[in-house]
Every structure is written in structure tokens, then in C-alpha cells.
Design a protein around this ligand. Structure first.
Ligand code: ADP
Length: 499
């Protein structure tokens, strides 16, 4: 069997980070923070330091926004759509050529098992670029016949929205950075990208590849730093035209407040508490592993995680047994081992948060059916966990835990689809939902009744650069991906000519 990673590469990275703090990318230059401050990024599998990284403050954010502004008003505005396509495709090829390093960085920094870093992060980033590259030359305005007296030519232009701040969370740093960057660049915008302070390394490598691809300086700027400093400065910045954010609902609210200063456009992909339904007639050989991986994959650190399971009483024992067997059997462990399925949580803070939720569930009367504890004394590992006997008003049932913790509930034939949808819709969130049944009417009727941005029926895929992604209610504003995703990086301008 070939090694799941290249040990020589790991050593080279360790030597590089030992030489000094990683710098950030502003106006095509690799720079330290003006304050000279740095922060540490930690390997969550071991709790050990990986690297020190420049910690951006307001002055650095100002410089980055100025660089993005200069590029937007200057050279980037002259780059034709087909050239933007070429540059994005070139960046995709470079990511492919650097897949080993990017996957390794993601695994070290996020704590994602190496097999998934390749499959999800690297492949996902390449897919985003190749999809969005094609859009650069397909952004179309419209013409309109207006009703004013006389003869008119009226048309609607779609122009790039301008300088975009893009703030990314720590669960899927590379694919989310690229998923934000690609449509922005395709539409002709420039960006200041801020990775999460827990996971800056793959984004900095992406910056190197952006320069190597020949994307002009200042078009992509990367500021590394804390949310409360660098992130807040971006959200409030008067010269940023749009902010795109993925992260917690609490931070989403703070961003809305900060964005009010100059009415910058706001796009938010926030939390979820997504339901999975398994009906009596479901193909359980598919539904059981999907329900388990829907919450245990990435240690539950997925905004669209299926954290609430509604299962028909006639198959409930079988489903719970199957999900629990997976919970006990999935290999939780060191992320550089080829067969590890579940890694640690990203940080000590998240470990405290998730174990705190499990404790609160116990206190409020939930039964821990499987799991419920932490694993080992090094790194931030928590057992895949299933809770029974939860009530809608318990914190574990209504709040986003962001850990491998499933609340499982039964339903009976006494509940019609309206009642079932009501249970699914009972939280403040509306990001996604999954439905397992062989009855196509049941599946489509329930899909219509659920207030969720993404619905999956009898399968766990359904996230693709071509499909709008985002949420109802407190799960966000707007959609990323697809045509809606590219249009979200444009402004409309109506022009009327009296002929
Ligand atoms: P978590 O609480 O799990 O760290 P967040 O939603 O707060 O999740 O973090 C997601 C991203 O938002 C990170 O890049 C973080 O640095 C950034 N962030 C956090 N707080 C703010 C803020 N007040 N303004 C802007 N960005 C922020």
C-alpha cells in the first residue's frame, strides 16, 4: 500500500514553519503584520504547535483593502472574461499539481483524516474553479421594452460588485476559500480573504498558487488574523463593497451590524440543525450509513450535518442499532493514518463546547444511547454520540452543537406530512434536510414542506458548485454556487437611451 502522505513533504513543511512566522499576502507581497504580532496554529490531533502566523490588525486590513481597490479600478478591470477563465483554469491545474501539499496542510491544521482532505478539500476546490471559470464569459445583462412615450433602448448591465471581503470558517478552509474566490474573480471582483485563525495554512498556500497562476497582484489578498480584529475590521470597512461570510449565526449577526456602516452587500452561510427522515419503507442499507455519516463525518463539524434524526417507529430499533454500531466501529484517530474515518475537533475550545452540550443534554434528561465521552488525553477527540429522549426545548435539540452528536426521535403513522415537516422546521435554522423513503410522493411532498435550502432524497451527495447553497431563516442570507452564486457578485445597472 502506498503511504497516505509524503513524509518528506511533512518534514519540509516543518522546516519551513520553524524558520519564522508565515506571512500574509497583500498587493502581491508577502508581509508581516504591521504590529509584528503573530498567533499560533495548532495541530488538533496532538495539541502541538504547527506554525506561527502573522496576525493582521486594522492597519493591515486597510492596506489589503487599498490593494484590492487599486486592482479593481486598475489592471483587473481591463482583463477580459476569457482571460479570467484562463486564469481560473490555470489555478485549478496548479491546485491539482500541489494536491499532496494542500491535503497535508488541511489534515494538519483542521484535523481532517488525510483520505478526506484529498477527496473533499482538494477535489472540491478544483471543481469550484473549473465550474466558475466558465461563468466569466457567460454573465449576461438584459434588454427591456419600457412603457414611456417615445422610442427607447433600455438595457440592464451586470457589473462586478467591487472589492469583496470573504471570511471563511475553520471546518473546510480550502474549499470554502476557493468557493468564495472563484465566483468573485469570474465576475470581475477583487478580494480580501480571511481564513479562520485556527486554520490559515492551506489558504496561504493557495495565495502562492494564485501568484504562480499569474493573477495580477492585489486581485487576491489574504489577511490572517482573529475574527474580533481582522474580521471585524473587514466587516466594518467603508471601502469594502460586499462581505461574504460562512460561520456561526452569532458571528453572522455581528457582521450584519458592522456592514451597516456603508450598506455593503452581505452574503451569509450560517449554522444549521438539519433533520434526516427515515420512513418505514426506506432502503435501510443506504439510510443507516447515511444517517450515521451525516452527523459523524468530519466529527460533526459540518454546517449541513444531519444532527436530528426522525425515524419511523417500525424501523427505529433497527436504525438506532445500525447507527450505533457505526458510531462504535468507525475508526476515530490520528489523521495521517490511511484508514482513519473520524479526526479530532478543531480546538480545545470546540472540545469544551461539544462536551458541554453533551453534559447539558444529560442534565436536561436526555439518554446517552452510545458515546458521550472524549477519547485519549492528547488532541481533541470526542466519541460519536447518539442521544435519545430529547425534547424540542432542550439546548441539544435546538442549538447547533458542531460536533458528532445526534438527537434521534421516533415518529408514527399518527403524524401526517405537515406534522412531520413541522418537527423538522421547529428550530431557528433552515440549511438542509435529508429524506429516505421509496415513495416518491412522500419524498417530494415533504421536500416542499421543509424550510431548508438544500434537500437530499435517498442519497447523501447534493453539494456541487452548480447547486445553490444557503439557508432559510437563521441559516443565512443569499446563496452561493450555481448561477445565483455568480450573480451574487454583480450589481445591476439600468440604462435607458431616448432614441
Ligand atoms: P467559531 O465561533 O466557531 O470560531 P465563527 O463564525 O466565529 O466560528 O468564525 C468564522 C470566521 O469568522 C473566522 O474566520 C473568524 O475569524 C471570523 N470572525 C469571528 N468573529 C468575527 C467578527 N466579529 N467579525 C468578522 N469576522 C469574525
Amino acid at each position: 500500500m502506498t503511504a497516505p502522505y509524503n513524509p518528506g513533504l511533512l518534514e519540509a513543511l516543518q522546516m519551513r514553519y520553524a524558520r519564522g512566522a508565515a506571512r500574509m499576502l497583500i498587493g502581491g507581497e508577502w508581509v508581516e503584520a504591521q504590529s509584528g504580532e503573530t498567533f499560533e496554529t495548532i495541530n488538533p490531533s496532538t495539541g502541538e504547535l504547527i506554525a506561527n502566523v502573522a496576525s493582521a490588525g486594522e492597519a493591515d486590513v486597510d492596506r489589503a483593502v487599498a490593494a484590492a481597490r487599486a486592482a479593481f479600478e486598475g489592471p483587473w478591470a481591463k482583463v477580459k472574461p476569457d482571460e479570467r477563465t484562463r486564469l481560473l483554469l490555470k489555478l485549478a491545474d496548479l491546485i491539482e499539481a500541489n494536491a499532496d501539499e494542500l491535503a497535508l496542510l488541511e489534515t494538519l491544521d483542521v484535523g481532517r483524516p488525510i483520505q478526506f482532505s484529498r477527496m473533499i478539500d482538494v477535489q472540491g476546490a478544483i471543481g469550484q474553479l473549473r465550474y466558475n471559470a466558465g461563468w466569466a464569459s457567460k454573465i449576461m445583462g438584459e434588454t427591456a421594452e419600457i412603457s414611456a412615450p417615445g422610442e427607447w433602448l433600455s438595457y440592464v448591465l451586470r457589473e462586478p460588485v467591487g472589492v469583496c471581503a470573504q471570511i471563511v470558517p475553520w471546518n473546510f478552509p480550502l474549499v470554502m476559500a476557493v468557493g468564495k474566490l472563484a465566483p468573485a474573480l469570474a465576475a470581475g471582483c477583487t478580494v480580501v480573504l480571511k481564513p479562520a485563525e485556527q486554520t490559515p495554512l492551506s489558504t496561504l498556500k493557495l495565495g502562492e498558487l494564485v501568484l504562480e497562476a499569474g493573477i495580477p497582484e492585489g486581485v487576491v489578498n489574504i489577511v490572517t488574523g482573529y475574527g474580533r480584529t481582522a474580521g471585524a475590521a473587514l466587516a466594518a470597512h467603508p471601502d469594502v463593497n460586499k462581505i461574504a461570510f460562512t460561520g456561526s449565526t452569532v458571528t453572522g449577526r455581528a457582521i450584519i451590524d458592522a456592514a451597516k456602516t456603508n450598506f455593503k452587500r452581505v452574503q451569509l452561510e450560517l449554522g444549521g440543525k438539519s433533520p434526516t427522515y427515515i420512513f418505514a419503507d426506506a432502503d435501510l442499507s443506504k439510510a443507516i450509513p447515511a444517517a450515521a455519516m451525516g452527523i459523524f463525518f468530519n466529527a460533526g463539524q459540518v454546517c449541513a450535518a444531519g444532527s436530528r434524526l426522525f425515524v419511523h417507529e417500525s424501523v427505529a430499533d433497527q436504525v438506532l442499532e445500525g447507527v450505533s454500531t457505526m458510531a462504535r466501529g468507525l475508526k476515530v484517530g490520528q489523521t495521517l493514518e490511511a484508514d482513519t474515518m473520524i479526526g479530532p475537533l478543531v480546538s480545545a475550545t470546540q472540545l469544551d463546547r461539544v462536551t458541554g452540550y453533551i453534559a447539558s443534554g444529560r442534565e436536561e434528561g436526555a439518554q446517552v444511547f452510545v458515546g458521550g465521552g472524549t477519547i485519549g488525553d492528547k488532541g481533541y477527540f470526542v466519541q460519536p454520540t447518539v442521544l435519545l429522549d430529547t425534547k424540542p426545548d432542550m439546548r441539544v435539540r435546538k442549538e447547533e452543537i458542531f460536533g458528532p452528536v445526534l438527537c434521534a426521535m421516533r415518529f408514527s403513522d399518527a403524524e401526517d406530512l405537515d406534522a412531520l415537516a413541522g418537527r423538522g422546521n421547529e428550530t431557528e435554522f433552515g440549511l438542509s434536510a435529508s429524506i429516505y423513503t421509496q415513495n416518491i410522493s412522500t419524498a417530494h411532498k415533504l421536500a416542499r414542506r421543509l424550510k431548508a435550502g438544500t434537500i437530499r432524497i435517498n442519497g447523501s451527495g447534493g453539494v456541487d458548485p452548480s447547486l445553490p447553497l444557503g439557508g432559510y431563516k437563521a441559516s443565512g442570507w443569499g446563496r452561493e454556487n450555481g448561477k445565483a452564486g455568480i450573480e451574487a457578485y454583480t450589481e445591476l445597472k439600468s440604462v435607458s437611451v431616448a432614441l
